[in-house]
Design a protein around this ligand. Structure first.
Ligand SMILES: [Zn+2]
Length: 192
Protein backbone atom coordinates (compact mmCIF):
# COMPACT_ATOMS: atom_id res chain seq x y z
CA UNK A 1 0.00 0.00 0.00
CA UNK A 2 1.27 3.43 -0.84
CA UNK A 3 0.42 6.38 1.34
CA UNK A 4 0.91 8.94 -1.41
CA UNK A 5 -1.96 11.33 -1.94
CA UNK A 6 -3.77 10.66 -5.13
CA UNK A 7 -7.08 11.63 -6.61
CA UNK A 8 -6.97 8.94 -9.29
CA UNK A 9 -10.01 6.71 -8.88
CA UNK A 10 -9.16 3.25 -7.59
CA UNK A 11 -10.52 0.23 -9.48
CA UNK A 12 -13.41 -0.30 -7.11
CA UNK A 13 -14.08 3.34 -6.35
CA UNK A 14 -17.79 3.79 -6.81
CA UNK A 15 -18.10 7.46 -6.17
CA UNK A 16 -16.78 10.66 -7.62
CA UNK A 17 -14.16 12.64 -5.75
CA UNK A 18 -16.85 15.22 -5.07
CA UNK A 19 -18.98 12.58 -3.32
CA UNK A 20 -16.02 11.18 -1.40
CA UNK A 21 -15.20 14.69 -0.21
CA UNK A 22 -18.77 15.11 1.00
CA UNK A 23 -18.65 11.80 2.89
CA UNK A 24 -15.33 12.62 4.56
CA UNK A 25 -16.64 16.07 5.49
CA UNK A 26 -19.53 14.37 7.28
CA UNK A 27 -17.06 12.29 9.34
CA UNK A 28 -15.26 15.50 10.30
CA UNK A 29 -18.56 17.04 11.37
CA UNK A 30 -19.26 14.02 13.57
CA UNK A 31 -15.74 14.27 15.01
CA UNK A 32 -16.49 17.84 16.08
CA UNK A 33 -19.69 16.66 17.81
CA UNK A 34 -17.59 14.18 19.79
CA UNK A 35 -15.32 16.99 20.98
CA UNK A 36 -18.36 18.99 22.11
CA UNK A 37 -19.55 15.95 24.08
CA UNK A 38 -16.20 15.36 25.75
CA UNK A 39 -15.03 12.44 23.63
CA UNK A 40 -12.19 12.04 21.14
CA UNK A 41 -12.50 13.76 17.78
CA UNK A 42 -13.23 10.88 15.42
CA UNK A 43 -16.27 10.31 13.21
CA UNK A 44 -17.27 7.49 10.85
CA UNK A 45 -20.06 6.76 8.39
CA UNK A 46 -21.04 3.77 6.26
CA UNK A 47 -22.14 4.30 2.68
CA UNK A 48 -23.86 1.68 0.53
CA UNK A 49 -23.34 1.02 -3.17
CA UNK A 50 -26.06 3.52 -4.05
CA UNK A 51 -24.21 6.28 -2.24
CA UNK A 52 -26.63 6.42 0.69
CA UNK A 53 -25.35 6.96 4.22
CA UNK A 54 -26.70 3.95 6.12
CA UNK A 55 -25.11 4.72 9.48
CA UNK A 56 -23.25 7.35 11.45
CA UNK A 57 -20.87 6.75 14.32
CA UNK A 58 -18.60 8.87 16.43
CA UNK A 59 -16.18 8.36 19.26
CA UNK A 60 -17.97 8.17 22.63
CA UNK A 61 -15.09 7.22 24.95
CA UNK A 62 -15.71 10.23 27.18
CA UNK A 63 -19.47 9.77 27.49
CA UNK A 64 -21.81 7.55 29.47
CA UNK A 65 -23.45 4.53 27.91
CA UNK A 66 -26.60 5.67 26.16
CA UNK A 67 -29.20 3.06 27.14
CA UNK A 68 -31.99 4.66 25.16
CA UNK A 69 -30.05 4.77 21.93
CA UNK A 70 -28.09 1.62 22.75
CA UNK A 71 -24.84 3.44 22.08
CA UNK A 72 -21.57 2.31 23.61
CA UNK A 73 -19.88 4.81 25.86
CA UNK A 74 -17.52 5.28 28.75
CA UNK A 75 -15.33 2.49 27.45
CA UNK A 76 -11.97 2.49 25.75
CA UNK A 77 -13.41 0.62 22.79
CA UNK A 78 -16.20 3.11 22.11
CA UNK A 79 -14.43 4.20 18.95
CA UNK A 80 -16.39 5.80 16.12
CA UNK A 81 -16.27 2.67 13.97
CA UNK A 82 -17.41 0.40 16.81
CA UNK A 83 -20.27 2.81 17.55
CA UNK A 84 -21.20 2.52 13.89
CA UNK A 85 -20.96 -1.29 13.78
CA UNK A 86 -23.08 -1.78 16.89
CA UNK A 87 -25.71 0.42 15.31
CA UNK A 88 -25.64 -1.31 11.93
CA UNK A 89 -26.00 -4.76 13.49
CA UNK A 90 -25.71 -7.38 10.74
CA UNK A 91 -24.18 -5.97 7.58
CA UNK A 92 -25.89 -6.77 4.31
CA UNK A 93 -23.57 -7.19 1.31
CA UNK A 94 -20.62 -5.80 3.27
CA UNK A 95 -18.28 -6.02 0.26
CA UNK A 96 -20.35 -3.32 -1.44
CA UNK A 97 -20.02 -0.93 1.51
CA UNK A 98 -17.53 1.87 2.05
CA UNK A 99 -16.46 3.01 5.49
CA UNK A 100 -15.44 6.66 5.72
CA UNK A 101 -13.57 7.86 8.79
CA UNK A 102 -12.03 11.14 9.83
CA UNK A 103 -8.94 9.30 11.10
CA UNK A 104 -7.09 6.16 10.00
CA UNK A 105 -8.68 3.24 11.87
CA UNK A 106 -6.80 1.58 14.70
CA UNK A 107 -6.02 -2.15 14.73
CA UNK A 108 -9.30 -2.94 16.50
CA UNK A 109 -11.51 -0.99 14.10
CA UNK A 110 -9.50 -1.81 10.98
CA UNK A 111 -9.53 -5.48 12.00
CA UNK A 112 -13.28 -5.40 12.68
CA UNK A 113 -13.88 -3.80 9.27
CA UNK A 114 -11.81 -6.43 7.51
CA UNK A 115 -13.38 -9.33 9.41
CA UNK A 116 -16.79 -7.98 8.43
CA UNK A 117 -15.59 -7.90 4.79
CA UNK A 118 -16.24 -4.20 4.30
CA UNK A 119 -15.22 -3.46 0.72
CA UNK A 120 -13.42 -0.15 1.10
CA UNK A 121 -12.14 2.18 3.78
CA UNK A 122 -11.41 5.85 3.10
CA UNK A 123 -9.99 8.12 5.76
CA UNK A 124 -9.30 11.84 5.87
CA UNK A 125 -6.16 11.88 8.02
CA UNK A 126 -3.42 9.42 8.93
CA UNK A 127 -2.95 8.46 12.55
CA UNK A 128 0.82 8.16 12.77
CA UNK A 129 0.68 6.49 16.18
CA UNK A 130 -2.69 4.84 16.67
CA UNK A 131 -3.43 3.89 13.07
CA UNK A 132 -3.15 0.34 11.81
CA UNK A 133 -0.58 1.38 9.23
CA UNK A 134 2.16 1.89 11.81
CA UNK A 135 1.86 -1.69 12.99
CA UNK A 136 0.88 -3.65 9.96
CA UNK A 137 0.65 -3.05 6.25
CA UNK A 138 -3.05 -2.95 5.48
CA UNK A 139 -2.66 -5.32 2.56
CA UNK A 140 -0.44 -7.75 4.51
CA UNK A 141 -3.02 -8.52 7.17
CA UNK A 142 -4.68 -11.89 6.45
CA UNK A 143 -8.07 -10.46 7.39
CA UNK A 144 -7.64 -7.41 5.19
CA UNK A 145 -7.03 -9.03 1.83
CA UNK A 146 -10.42 -8.01 0.48
CA UNK A 147 -10.67 -4.58 2.00
CA UNK A 148 -9.32 -1.79 -0.13
CA UNK A 149 -8.05 1.37 1.52
CA UNK A 150 -7.84 4.92 0.22
CA UNK A 151 -5.81 7.00 2.66
CA UNK A 152 -6.17 10.79 2.92
CA UNK A 153 -7.18 11.57 -0.68
CA UNK A 154 -7.73 15.30 -0.16
CA UNK A 155 -5.03 17.55 1.26
CA UNK A 156 -7.41 20.18 2.69
CA UNK A 157 -9.55 17.62 4.53
CA UNK A 158 -6.43 15.80 5.69
CA UNK A 159 -5.22 19.04 7.22
CA UNK A 160 -8.61 19.73 8.79
CA UNK A 161 -8.60 16.27 10.38
CA UNK A 162 -5.03 16.65 11.59
CA UNK A 163 -5.78 20.03 13.21
CA UNK A 164 -8.85 18.55 14.86
CA UNK A 165 -7.11 15.48 16.27
CA UNK A 166 -3.68 16.95 17.10
CA UNK A 167 -4.61 18.16 20.64
CA UNK A 168 -5.95 14.68 21.39
CA UNK A 169 -2.80 13.06 20.01
CA UNK A 170 -0.75 15.20 22.35
CA UNK A 171 -2.99 14.51 25.33
CA UNK A 172 -3.62 10.80 24.88
CA UNK A 173 -0.56 9.35 23.20
CA UNK A 174 2.77 8.61 24.87
CA UNK A 175 5.65 10.97 24.07
CA UNK A 176 6.81 8.61 21.38
CA UNK A 177 3.39 8.74 19.72
CA UNK A 178 3.18 12.53 19.89
CA UNK A 179 6.63 12.71 18.29
CA UNK A 180 5.39 10.64 15.38
CA UNK A 181 2.46 12.99 14.99
CA UNK A 182 4.78 16.01 15.01
CA UNK A 183 6.90 14.40 12.31
CA UNK A 184 3.89 13.41 10.21
CA UNK A 185 2.01 16.71 10.58
CA UNK A 186 4.58 19.38 11.52
CA UNK A 187 2.39 22.34 10.58
CA UNK A 188 -0.78 21.06 12.19
CA UNK A 189 0.95 20.19 15.48
CA UNK A 190 3.03 23.37 15.73
CA UNK A 191 2.39 25.46 18.81
CA UNK A 192 0.58 22.75 20.76
ZN1 LIG B 1 -10.50 2.26 16.62
Amino acid sequence: MTTDSTSAPTPTQRFSDEQERMFLSETLRLARVSVEKGSSPVGAIMVNAQGEIIGRGRNRTGEDFDAEEQRPGNASLAHAEMDLYFQLERLKDPETLTLYTSLEPCLMCGGASALLSVGRIVWATDDAWGGSGRLIRWDDHPAMQNTEVRPHPFADLEREGALLFAPEAKRAFPEEGWKLWQERYPEETRGL
